[in-house]
Each structure stands twice: as structure tokens, then as C-alpha cells.
Design a protein around this ligand. Structure first.
Ligand SMILES: [Zn+2]
Length: 324
């Protein structure tokens, strides 16, 4: 219906693409391609790009309006995406849904990614996400089979694989976790008028691996406030001390990694989760040694320790001792 004047040869090719799925010609076409079509994307089909990720129409569309989100880089799986690429896919999937509604008047979208050859993706070597307008459920009719497992048997099978889950999570942290979007963590060396440092034993569900004591502190959660205001909130929650943010002095800012001891109630397993942070350490001096303390949040117990003892305490990590 749109007036597009194409040479008749090109028009015939375009209609061939359009009808290929419906006429079962797609499989024949596919055999003859033989190279990675997504490494060799034709720009005339691309309609948006950011951060090395494109939105491109599908030559062999499942349904009118079908398009794809494709990273330019030849990667096979979402785990290989950089944080920026992944965020872009997330953003594009949002745009995609709005676009399908606006252009085609279809309110639903299926975001589909086929991983691995058993899932029968013909281009499974180059990651891509299908954005498929979902106007009727006839595109997702499954060939239902007689099943072997009940729901409880299924969950039991996956829970039995707890070692695999934890090992794979660790492997992901080793090989694919990307430090592009680091959370911000801050803690405080709080020193009283007797040159003692305030330390905390961590509560059961906030222990480190291996277990050790820490300074009061925590994550920046509210980015509408300053880092110092966030630290003041953490200090209040964990120690009961009310601190003026202006009195906090930044003494170290670094990229660091901690290992939290996690326990999964579903898998009944304890494991270490490594997280990288931008790690800011502040110093606060002159706190009254008799100031009332009230442990809360991640702090199970608070204690003052002479700085000289803290420096050799087996309950503290070398990194923390360096902060002190
Ligand atoms: Zn490729």
C-alpha cells in the first residue's frame, strides 16, 4: 500500500523474502547462505543503532512488523555482551514494544532469543533477539508432548543441580561480570576520643566469606542524595550514631571486590558471591567514646578497638586494616 518505486527485479526479491516462510522456501534459501548474515548486516534494513547494537528488520519475517535487535559483534550468548550492550538491548526492547504498538497497532510483543542448536535457530552463532508483534496466540502454539515430570519433580531436579548453579554463577563472575556499572559502596573509619576504631560483627545474613568483621557502611541506594548522606544513613542504621555529613572525610577511593556469604533457601546451599564496587572509605574523628551505640541492620554487635590492635586483628582483612 505504501508507494515504493523499486526496480521490478528488486521488488520480486522483496516479495520472495516476504513469502519465504509461508511457502516453505526458507529452508532452501538458508542452505545457500552459508556465512554469518549478522556480521554482514545490510545497512538498508537497519533502522536504529546505539552502542554497537542495531534494530534491523527481518528478511524472513514471522509476521508483519517482525524485527530484530542484533549486536554488531559476533557473540553467541547474552553472557558475552558488555554491560553497555546489554543495557542497550534492554532499552531497545522497550522501544520495540512501543514501536510495534505505534506502527502496527499491536499491543503485545514476544521477545524471543533462541540459544543453542537444539532450539533450532538457524543463525545461532550470532546472538539476536526477535521482536515479534503478538496480535494473536497462533504464533506460539506449542507441539505439546506427554511430560515425564510433575512440577515438583522438575523443581527437585533443578535443586539437585545446586552445585551446578553455584559453580556456574561463580564462573560467570570470573569470566563475564563486567565492571562497567559498578555499585558504589562506602564505609567509615570512626575514631573516638581514645583513638579507638568502631568495628562491627556482621549479622548472620550479612556475613562475608571468609567471615570477618567490618567497618560500618553500605551501598549507595538513593542516587538523589550525596554519597556522604547515604553513608550517614548507613551509619545511623548500623550504629545508632547521628553524624553530620560534612564531618566525613574521604580518605580512600578504589575499585575493590568483596565476597558475600550467600545462602539460598531454595537450594539449601551456602556460597560466595563476589561483587566489585567503587569503594569509598571515609574518616570521622572525635566521636565521644561513651556515645550510646545501637547495633542494627547488618551489624550484630559493635565494639571499639584501639587502632593499634585493629591493625593486627585476625578478624579484619588486610585491605580493611590498610583503610584504618
Ligand atoms: Zn556474526
Amino acid at each position: 500500500e505504501r508507494a515504493m518505486s523499486l526496480p521490478s527485479e528488486e521488488q520480486i526479491k522483496q516479495e520472495h523474502y516476504r513469502d519465504a516462510r509461508f511457502t516453505d522456501k526458507y529452508d532452501d534459501i538458508w542452505q545457500s547462505v552459508g556465512k554469518c548474515v549478522f556480521c554482514d548486516l545490510r545497512e538498508k534494513y537497519v533502522f536504529f543503532e546505539e552502542n554497537g547494537v542495531v534494530m534491523t528488520v527481518s528478511l524472513f519475517a514471522y509476521i508483519d512488523g517482525h524485527f530484530m535487535i542484533v549486536p554488531r559483534r559476533h557473540v553467541r550468548s547474552p553472557k558475552e555482551l558488555t554491560q553497555l550492550e546489554w543495557d542497550t538491548v534492554r532499552k531497545f526492547s522497550y522501544i520495540a514494544k512501543k514501536l510495534i504498538k505505534d506502527v502496527h497497532g499491536v499491543k503485545g510483543m514476544q521477545l524471543l532469543q533462541k540459544d543453542g542448536s537444539n532450539a533450532q535457530s538457524t543463525v545461532d552463532q550470532h546472538l539476536h533477539f526477535h521482536c515479534v508483534p503478538f496480535d494473536a496466540p497462533d504464533l506460539s502454539v506449542w507441539n505439546y508432548r506427554k511430560l515425564k515430570h510433575t512440577p515438583l519433580e522438575n523443581v527437585a531436579l533443578y535443586r539437585q543441580a545446586r552445585k551446578k548453579i553455584v559453580r556456574t554463577a561463580r564462573k560467570y563472575e570470573d569470566e563475564y561480570a563486567q565492571p562497567y556499572a559498578l555499585p558504589i559502596f562506602c564505609d567509615a573509619v570512626i575514631v573516638n576520643d581514645r583513638q579507638e576504631v568502631l568495628l562491627m560483627e556482621r549479622s548472620k545474613d550479612a556475613t562475608m566469606m571468609p567471615p570477618h568483621d567490618t567497618l560500618p557502611g553500605g551501598h549507595v541506594d538513593d542516587f538523589g542524595r550525596t554519597i556522604e548522606q547515604e553513608l550517614v544513613r548507613e551509619i545511623l542504621e548500623e550504629t545508632g550514631l547521628t553524624v553530620d555529613p560534612d564531618e566525613l572525610q574521604l580518605v580512600a577511593s578504589r575499585i575493590d571486590e568483596v565476597t558475600y556469604a550467600k545462602s539460598s533457601p531454595h537450594l539449601n546451599v551456602r556460597y560466595g558471591q563476589r561483587v566489585k564496587f567503587v569503594y569509598n572509605t571515609y574518616r570521622l574523628t572525635g566521636v565521644a567514646s561513651d556515645a550510646p551505640l545501637r547495633s542494627g541492620d547488618d551489624a550484630a554487635r559493635l565494639y571499639w578497638q584501639p587502632a593499634s590492635e585493629a591493625l593486627v586483628s585476625p578478624k579484619l582483612t588486610p585491605a580493611l586494616q590498610e583503610s584504618i
